[in-house]
Write a protein that binds this ligand. Structure first.
Ligand SMILES: Nc1ncnc2c1ncn2[C@@H]1O[C@H](COP(=O)(O)OP(=O)(O)OP(=O)(O)O)[C@@H](O)[C@H]1O
Ligand SMILES: [Mg+2]
Length: 331
């Protein structure tokens, strides 16, 4: 990922905001942490996926910040001047919660890097995290990295193109992660098995690339399962598919009674491989009755923005081959 490492380095050097995008398991978190560690930069890393479900409060964000600051050796020195910060034993505690404390901590972090991984989760809040980011961008010497696997949702949160939005017009760099090409995926697996001293037949590697494509997280999952358990490829494929499926099911829960129709869209798309709008509409209506065009459009947009579907010209398809296998086999 040399190219993307360089793009990330450039983004951080030249500007204040760098956005790292890529679907699930494309290697975003590894890229960011590898770079920051290799460049020996001081950073604070918040995984916004750890925020509670439902509405996100400022408090729950501060809690993650506290935990991360506790992990950092340099944080005590930097934060000792900040009011409302306490040190109880080994822990950093923010004695008062609230925006002022947060801003004071951000101010104390000047000169360092703030990483908000899966930042789209911050959109589920009454607190305007986008305004906070805009404030930090405009007034603080703080480098910010945002990442997101739900790319459409991330941009719905940032609204960089909306004149009414706090972050409108701010320059930022985007580092896009992609799948590995076939030759890269092959090299990745071969080198990994070689390092582990495990002999894996060429045929098995080729089948793994067919199934897991160039998705580095799945290739790693396959490699790890093969090295540790010697499991056969079908078993690994099924296990991975169940994992992807459970993530999807979890995400669809927010739609409540609407979930059935979301499932139907995904099933039709899986069945057809590539599905046109009109085919999806017909399929849903056959099972669930009439659906208004704008309702279907917004459902499709939600699925695309969440990274489950990909739109290619006039057709939709499931973006993750492993998830597709799961839908086909287990739904
Ligand atoms: N360049 C790399 N070299 C080796 N392994 C990698 C590399 N990038 C990612 N991986 C492995 O692939 C898996 C997925 O990577 P990572 O968690 O960084 O992806 P992600 O895009 O952040 O995924 P998610 O969307 O699930 O958060 C990890 O187990 C990681 O160790
Ligand atoms: Mg990640």
């Amino acid at each position: 990922m040399e190219e993307q490492l360089q793009a990330l380095a450039r983004g951080l050097e030249k500007g204040k905001l760098t956005v790292v995008t890529g679907l699930r398991r494309y290697g975003k978190t590894s890229l960011i942490l590898t770079y920051l560690n290799e460049a020996k930069l001081d950073y604070v890393y918040i995984d916004c996926r750890l925020l509670p479900e439902g509405m996100v409060s400022l408090d729950s964000f501060l809690k993650l910040l506290e935990e991360e600051l506790t992990r950092k050796k340099w944080a005590r020195r930097v934060l000792s001047q900040v009011e409302a910060i306490g040190f109880s034993g080994l822990e950093v505690t923010l004695k008062r919660k609230g925006e002022r404390t947060l801003l004071n901590v951000f101010r104390a972090l000047e000169g360092r890097v703030l990483v908000l991984d899966e930042a789209q989760e911050l959109r589920r809040s009454g607190y305007r995290f986008d305004a906070l980011l805009a404030y930090a961008y405009d007034h603080l010497n703080l480098k910010i990295i945002l990442s997101g696997s739900k790319i459409g949702l991330l941009y719905r949160f940032l609204r960089v193109d909306d004149p009414e939005a706090p972050l409108y017009g701010r320059a930022f760099a985007e580092v896009k992660l992609r799948r590995l090409r076939e030759d890269e995926a092959r090299e990745f697996l071969e080198r990994g098995f070689e390092q582990e001293g495990v002999k894996v037949p060429r045929r098995k590697i080729e089948r793994a690339i067919e199934k897991f494509d160039g998705i580095i997280g799945w290739l790693t999952y396959f490699g790890y399962s093969t090295v540790t358990g010697g499991e056969d490829i079908e078993a690994v494929y099924d296990k991975a598919a169940k994992l992807a499926l459970s993530e999807l099911e979890h995400a669809l829960k927010i739609y409540g009674v609407g979930e059935k129709r979301y499932r139907e869209i995904l099933k039709i798309t899986t069945l057809l491989g590539e599905a046109r709008w009109s085919e999806i509409k017909r399929g849903i209506e056959a099972r669930h009755g009439r659906i208004p065009n704008n309702t279907l459009s917004s459902m499709l947009k939600n699925l695309v923005d969440s990274g489950f579907l990909e739109k290619d010209g006039e057709t939709y398809k499931i973006s993750d081959p492993v998830l597709k296998h799961g839908i086909r086999k287990f739904w």
